[in-house]
Design a protein around this ligand. Structure first.
Ligand code: GTP
Ligand code: MG
Length: 336
């Protein structure tokens, strides 16, 4: 099992680049790249319809996709192989044992984890911490990989990364170099960045892809009921792109999301993440963050997961980053 750690899922290399695939000449390759397909991995996850704009017939598209799939070992597989793929899922530590426990050992590769909560609940701080942690070796809860950070609100701070890296005894300069950063100015730009990320992910051994925030641009650009359907459709497409990257490269995918209060809800939870069901269905694990009280303590609630029970844990945000709280602090905050 251990020899698979840190490796891409089931990759039996046959074709290295697009041009290696049968039926793809330089001009088709160019068109595919313009559509955001830069790697064999991304083509393996494509649908026939997605290749249409490159002027590729249905028959040819099927052949290309199937060659790409066979190259990276994705086709019908036996259940024992499915189990093996499942076993190649790796976990990334949050920096807090309590939070890791809530997530059954940390954030999973091949799926999306969504952190949602109000302003200041710690979503971006967790994202920063994960960018550092992903660079740790597996024995310290990392994935020996780099991070890709798509920032929509200009809240990424290199200084904070340096602080967290120092605390973990890592070379801050080396850590900073392993974070590929892009600021997205609009929702279209945000989608464009992700659609063109596959090559960067591959070349830089990226094991963590962050979109902070997933919904802010969509929320401010698509206003009113009549735009809701198209917003959801775009968000859905964006999330699918993310999940495909996470699967193709055995990477952790993280998105953040703000919440809105539903004033018409009197019973149950009146706080809802933006984006509703579409984001809900595609993001496999959802964690709701909130302040416990004034101060550094935060409460994380696992709201939905494919197989884990709901639960709550507390952690804190300090100079060092995301940390566990002591028994003493726990006792104090239990009156929350
Ligand atoms: P929005 O993006 O505005 O929705 O909020 P968010 O959930 O992303 O909040 P974020 O992760 O930015 O959390 C901000 C909080 O983290 C601050 O209010 C501080 O409590 C804490 N924090 C941020 N930086 C530091 C730091 O350098 N030291 C300490 N001790 N705490 C920090
Ligand atoms: Mg934030």
């Amino acid at each position: 099992m251990s020899e698979e750690k840190g490796e891409n899922v089931a990759i039996k290399r046959q074709y290295e680049t697009l041009e290696d695939l049968p039926g793809i000449g330089p001009s088709t390759a160019q068109k595919l790249k313009e559509l955001g397909f830069h790697t064999v991995e991304s083509l393996a996850m494509a649908t026939v319809r997605e290749l249409e704009p490159a002027g590729i017939s249905e028959k040819k598209a099927l052949a290309i996709i199937s060659a790409a799939r066979s190259s990276i070992g994705i086709s019908f597989i036996r259940a024992d192989e499915l189990l093996k793929m499942r076993q190649s899922v790796l976990r990334l530590t949050t920096g807090s044992k309590a939070l890791d426990k809530l997530l059954d050992g940390g954030l999973e590769t091949q799926t999306i984890t969504e952190f949602y909560g109000e302003y200041g609940s710690g979503k971006s701080q967790i994202c920063h911490q994960l960018c550092v942690n992903v660079q740790l070796p597996p024995e310290r809860g990392g994935l020996n990989g780099a991070a890709l950070y798509i920032d929509t609100e200009n809240t990424f701070r290199t200084e904070r990364i340096v602080q967290m890296a120092k605390h973990l005894g890592l070379d801050p300069q080396a850590v900073v170099k392993n974070i590929i950063y892009a600021e997205a100015y609009t929702s279209d730009h945000q989608m464009f960045l992700l659609e063109n990320a596959d090559e960067i992910v591959k070349q830089n051994n990226i094991k963590l892809i962050i979109i902070d925030s997933l919904t802010a641009h969509f929320r401010s650009e698509y206003i009113g009921r009549e735009m809701l359907a198209s917003r959801q459709q775009r968000l859905n497409k964006h999330m699918h792109r993310l999940i495909r990257l996470a699967r193709a490269f055995n990477a952790v995918a993280v998105v953040t999301n703000q919440v809105m209060a539903k004033p018409d809800v009197f019973f149950g939870d009146a706080i809802h993440p933006i984006g509703g069901h579409i984001v809900g269905h595609t993001s496999h694990t959802r964690v709701y963050l909130r302040r416990a009280s004034h101060g550094p303590v935060r409460v994380a609630r696992l709201v939905s997961s494919p197989y884990l029970p709901e639960g709550e844990e507390i952690f804190k945000i300090t100079e060092n980053g995301i940390e566990d709280i002591s028994e003493e602090e726990k006792a104090k905050s239990s009156g929350r």
